[in-house]
Design a protein around this ligand. Structure first.
Ligand code: MSP
Length: 510
């Protein structure tokens, strides 16, 4: 089966920060999990390079926008690499083939008589690249997201008749209650629709940095119409000579932050309805990562540099922290202190230490060989029963934090308690306990293997090292069907493993 997951495409007007990495890692966890299921996955991310956000910064820096994009896209590619993203394609909206796709799409709407010409006058936030109604502004005509004073603009544009899609959109929401998740965002989007929709201007006369309107050289296409189409255009040219659209469209999940809900939950489906293209199956809207109570953003200047965290603690720790600390879907605060606390207590002590102890005890008491003929201990089998299904259900619904909590409470913490309950070092003192010790050690190795398979999408590198050390590094070792307690073979030879999450000295983390 085919599975298509996307991230927003990020503006190349500044350096990537943890907020961008966040959505990208989320999509990566889902993509990796779906591959574990044996799905044919297409995972798309990339950059949004046209429009005011980029043009303005380029102008300030005195360079052509394309040059700014070419420079900054490398930071985004680097971010993608550093956080170990397994994307299948990286789209840039300045790709020739994307631009041609956008022109064809808009021409089709124009030829069908859907777009119309009119004057536009209104408030415009260049950082949002979006028009604002009076109600959406803060006091002093400031943008509620960027807090900057917005501009009053007037120009002749082509319009998309969003108001005409009101009924169709309400029907969509009524028929597909899980089209936007979580429910609070579904309600927010539906509420917005029910307030009544205004038509949207889809071209810009003043701006030069954009995809030219094919039937009117004086105008460029509004950056949001250009950007949203990336989800479709990428499938047409990501692979030479193959159009992947039939295989992967409609997308299973578009993952986005709540700041761009309206574009994805209102405008995007209307665009697709107008073009008579099937709608994506789901949008998942996540919240903000907050620092000191505020949204992390380049305008506000309170960003946590993911690269600094990675330099000290490693990529996997960052990937884990983001989805452990803040419920995926909610807003939540992150901090260096919070990161260190989770790193030490959960990664180093609970998971890392469990792995080291288990391997060390198999080394010490069984010459490094996982006991072969032991029955899986019933008390562990019980805790693990249904764990894989639960994780599968959660991740199928993009509930990343809930899935992680299942693994942690039913897996990692259960195994730690099991060590304390069984005290293998005590059992080892009495030869009469031979069979029981076999069983306990097998249970620990097996439990550790199962949680490691389940944690693989979150922490790909660490889990690979650990499975190798458990003597199970085969190509299929991470298939989801292997995440079943009691299916692992005894008799594997374990290898000594340096700490998975070494203690970090205060000086390094300061
Ligand atoms: N270019 C548009 C998106 C077009 S999609 C067709 C855009 N780009 S952006 O660079 O501003 O990225 C916004 C996205 O970055 C958010 O939707 C979210 O996915 C992510 N985040 C940016 N800051 C964030 C936080 N502080 N917290 C969580 N996610 C954040 O909008």
């Amino acid at each position: 089966m085919a599975y298509y997951v996307t991230t927003p495409i990020y503006y190349v007007n500044a350096q990537p920060h943890l907020g961008h990495a966040y959505t990208t890692i989320a999509a990566d966890i889902i993509a990796r999990h779906m591959r574990q299921r044996g799905e044919e996955v297409f995972f798309l991310t990339g950059t949004d390079e046209h429009g005011e956000p980029v043009a303005q910064v380029a102008e300030r820096e005195g360079i052509p926008p394309q040059q700014l994009a070419d420079t900054n896209v490398e930071h985004f590619r680097n971010m993608v690499e550093r956080v170990n993203i397994s994307n299948d394609f990286f789209i840039r909206t300045t790709d020739d083939k994307h631009e041609a796709f956008v022109q064809q799409f808009m021409q089709r709407l124009y030829d069908k008589g859907i777009l119309y010409e009119d004057d536009y006058e209104g408030w415009y936030c260049p950082n949002c690249a979006d028009f604002k109604t009076d109600q959406e502004l803060l006091k002093g005509n400031r943008c509620s997201i960027h807090l900057i004073v917005v501009e009053r603009v007037k120009e002749r544009n082509y319009f998309f008749p969003l108001s005409k899609y009101q009924e169709a959109l309400e029907k969509l929401y009524a028929e597909r209650p899980d089209w936007v998740v979580p429910k609070s965002r579904y309600n927010e989007a539906l509420g917005f629709i029910k307030q009544g929709l205004n038509d949207v201007s889809v071209t810009r006369a003043k701006l030069r940095w954009g995809v030219p309107v094919p039937w009117d050289e004086e105008q460029v296409i509004y950056v949001w119409f250009d950007a949203l189409l990336n989800y479709l255009s990428a499938l047409t040219y990501a692979r030479p000579d193959i159009d992947l659209t039939d295989e992967f469209w409609p997308a299973d999940y578009h993952l986005i932050g709540k700041d761009i809900l309206k574009f994805h939950a209102v405008i995007w489906p209307a665009m697709l309805l107008a073009a008579e293209i099937e709608l994506p199956k789901h949008l998942f809207i996540h919240g903000y990562l907050l620092m000191q109570g505020e949204k992390m953003s380049k305008t506000l200047g309170n960003v946590l540099d993911p690269f600094e965290v990675i330099d000290v603690y490693g990529t996997d720790a960052l990937r884990f922290y983001c989805f452990r600390e803040v419920g995926f879907g909610q807003d939540g605060s992150i901090s260096t202190e919070g990161f260190e606390a989770r790193y030490n207590s959960e990664l180093a002590n609970e998971y890392g230490n469990l792995a080291s102890r288990t391997i060390a005890m198999i080394g010490q008491f069984r010459d490094g060989v996982v006991p072969a003929d032991a029955d899986p201990p019933a008390e562990l089998a019980e805790s693990f029963a249904g764990l894989r299904d639960a994780v599968e259900a959660r991740l199928g619904a993009a509930e990343l934090t809930a899935a992680l909590e299942e693994i942690w409470s039913r897996g990692v913490r259960r195994l730690n308690r099991y060590v304390e309950e069984q005290k293998p070092w005590e059992l080892a003192k009495d030869a009469g306990n031979e069979g029981r010790l076999d069983q306990v050690l097998y249970g620990l190795a097996e439990g550790l293997r199962v949680i490691t398979v389940l944690l693989h999408p979150y922490m790909p590198e660490t889990t690979e090292r650990l499975l190798n050390a458990l003597g199970d590094g085969s190509g299929e070792a991470f298939a989801l069907e292997r995440a079943h307690f009691g299916t692992g073979a005894g008799g594997a030879t374990v290898e000594k493993l340096p700490p998975l999450f070494p203690k970090v000295k205060a000086a390094e983390s300061a």
